[in-house]
Unconditional design. Structure first.
Length: 129
């Protein structure tokens, strides 16, 4: 009985670790163009701003100095998931969120985690260190 319980716990622990596998990362400058969606509406939600940054980078060719490409968000379908990926994972430092909501440009670091090549969540943090 005890041996079976240990085996179950070991298997579950392995699955939990796999769910949080680091998949990729990129650095980007959130610039003035990233605060407005394609219709011209002002964005204040950080996940929407990150999503627009990736749309500007991949779809519209708007790239700021030091913007890096990413391994996932070239696809419109995956870009559309950015808000849910952001909210399902850890958030960012309050000063980054407040600054972006106020429309201040900021250099950020985005890390992508997932399982089996599918992003599960993103972590947005300070890009300059």
């Amino acid at each position: 009985m005890f041996r079976s319980l240990v085996l179950v716990v070991a298997l579950l622990s392995g699955g939990a670790a796999q769910a949080q596998q680091f998949m990729g990362e990129y650095f980007t400058l959130i610039g003035p163009e990233d605060f407005y969606n394609s219709s011209g509406a002002r964005l204040t939600d950080i996940a929407d701003i990150v999503q627009q940054d990736r749309a500007n980078f991949h779809r519209f060719g708007i790239r700021h100095q030091f913007d890096q490409t990413d391994p996932f968000f070239g696809s419109r379908e995956l870009r559309a998931r950015i808000p849910s990926l952001y909210y399902s994972g850890p958030g960012t430092a309050a000063y980054i969120v407040a600054g972006l909501r106020a429309g201040n440009t900021h250099f950020i670091h985005v890390r992508i985690f997932g399982q089996n090549g599918v992003p599960q969540y993103i972590v947005v943090g300070e890009g300059a260190g």
